[in-house]
Design a protein around this ligand. Structure first.
Ligand code: PNS
Length: 160
């Protein structure tokens, strides 16, 4: 039996093919996968939270067990409210590990019943990040294979 509910939290500014790869892997393992976009007042995002949610909903619309939601405050509180038992995070390279370990252990301290599960995206996405995608877009570089087509169009429109 698949564990019932997992949360895949993040900024998703914007969703990349690496995120999408992880969502697909996650939805094959968990009964329900909630992709949760952090509403973070501190960061200077390229896309607004509603824009990011819209793109995520569009690219996951064929997957019935994937839901896109917004959260603020502590992730553990949100997970409790959504009755989730798992936090899903992607690890691309060793460089991600330190930050992810710190977050996972802090979340465990805050809520021992919540388990963090790490998954690796496909190797071809191991160097891909939303930050680099934004940078390439801002300088008019090629985005094929890095983001879904709808996101590429939104990026082009945003920076034009
Ligand atoms: O895509 P990101 O920016 O790496 O995602 C980071 C995120 C959203 C997972 C993290 O910042 C988070 O969970 N923020 C919510 C606040 C919180 O719970 N902080 C304590 C984490 S130990």
């Amino acid at each position: 039996m698949k564990p019932p509910i997992a949360i895949y939290p993040g900024s998703f500014d914007p969703v990349t093919n690496g995120h999408l790869d992880l969502i697909e892997r996650g939805r094959n393992i968990f009964g329900q996968l909630i992709v949760a976009v952090l509403r973070n007042a501190e960061k200077q995002p390229l896309f607004t939270v509603p824009e990011r949610v819209e793109m995520l909903r569009e690219v996951t619309r064929d997957w019935p067990n994937v839901e896109v939601d917004i959260f603020e405050g502590l992730l553990v509180d949100y997970a409790r409210r959504r009755h989730a038992g798992v936090i899903l995070r992607g690890i691309r390279a060793v460089s991600d590990y330190e930050y992810e370990l710190q977050m996972a252990l802090m979340n465990r301290k805050l809520e021992p019943g919540l388990e963090t599960v790490f998954m690796m995206p496909a190797l071809k996405y191991s160097y891909l990040s939303a930050r680099l995608v934004r940078e390439i877009a801002q300088h008019g570089g090629p985005l094929e294979g890095l983001v879904p087509t709808v996101v590429e169009q939104r990026l082009r429109a945003k920076v034009s």
